[in-house]
Design a protein around this ligand. Sequence first.
Ligand code: ADP
Ligand code: MG
Length: 431
Amino acid sequence: MENSALFVLIIALSERKISFQITTRSAHEISICFENRFGFGKIEALIMKILAIETSCDETAISIAEAYGELGNISFKVLADSLLSQAMLHREYGGVYPTLAKREHAKNITPLLQQTLDKAKMFEKANSPLTRDQISELKELLTREQELFVLLIAFLGNTKKPDLDAIAVTAGPGLEPALWVGINFAKALSIVWDIPLIPVNHMEGHILSSLIKDDAITPIEFPTLALLISGGHTQLVVMKDWSRYEIIGNTRDDAVGEAFDKVARMLGLEYPGGPEISKLAQSAREENLEKPYSLPRPMINTDDFDFSFSGLKTAVMYLIRDKGSLTDTDKKQIAREFEDSASEVLLKKTKRAIEKYNIKTFILGGGVSANKHIRYIFETHLPQDIEMFIPHVELTGDNAIMIAASGYSTIASKEKISKLDAIEANGNLSL
Ligand code: ADP
Ligand code: MG
């Protein structure tokens, strides 16, 4: 992370003027006008084919989707999807190690792109020499990623330009060194293939991931409430319309996924700890174990929509310290009590927000929404008249399908105009 300021500076110096402007001319005809230093470009398509890139944390993910229609009526079909998780490599550090994440993204992203194009039947070998200008552009852009530069030049020089209309890339939030790899890679493709680049907010991706079903982005009734629970976030977000977000609650310290991971570590479980805690807690329920431990429910009755999970984590730490040693049964009981505490707090605050904001639709999103108990609690305890969306388990964690959905949603929202040189990694990007 300490290199990120220098990194930003180098990228800023190397950026070129490319901008794009979007107009949706009818429900099925969309155009994107853009400008780069080699001239103007215009993409018009009945159906947009989007390449999406995600590198915000420890997953390198690329997808290709085709989409058409306006907000609230979007057809969305995934043509190919690839995901490479680095979780095993980060295990020995007990969490994500940013320098390693960046290096792995840079090494893997080019072969992953080829694989994804191949899956979508869009990969064709062809002699496609880059111009001297293009090579010097890319060289400058990828100054900090020499290995990636070499791989990418070789790939582009031997690959026919695929039939793609736009590229979407995660711009934040996340680990900046990791985000920059995806962004610079996407910029390079945007320059060489002469197609626009659309920056995407990762959290919008998590929201939309629960709506991706049956080759569409499911229309929803507003106001909608989204509870985003992941390794980096615990947020309650009110959506008054598509692309209009108001964050009403946030964690004041640890994110809930972070608390799962830290408690797992205290119990001697491996990273990522969420699924491990979940398994132990499930055993405790199945075996009908007693409940000898009681942990706090932080901020459960406060008059706001904020959360705090660091006290809960510390309470587990004291509990373990006081016990001295833990049997397998102790571990299961602690995991269950911890999971109960976290889910009760999440549920209570969500119910209050539903009432206060007259919510019609509820969305659960983020890596922790893979948790079976949390899914069950929300499925069974929300008011009957609320329509609820939970992502398919495979779309709960970081993935590029949700980035493609968010990218198309940006295109269809007509409002956003972005310049290539303004696209930067922002570790704290907010909705
Ligand atoms: P981020 O985008 O913040 O990196 P993700 O959306 O990838 O996070 O979610 C990762 C988090 O989800 C990790 O903290 C992980 O432990 C947690 N997680 C994954 N599966 C489960 C589960 N079954 N129960 C609880 N937490 C889980
Ligand atoms: Mg995520």
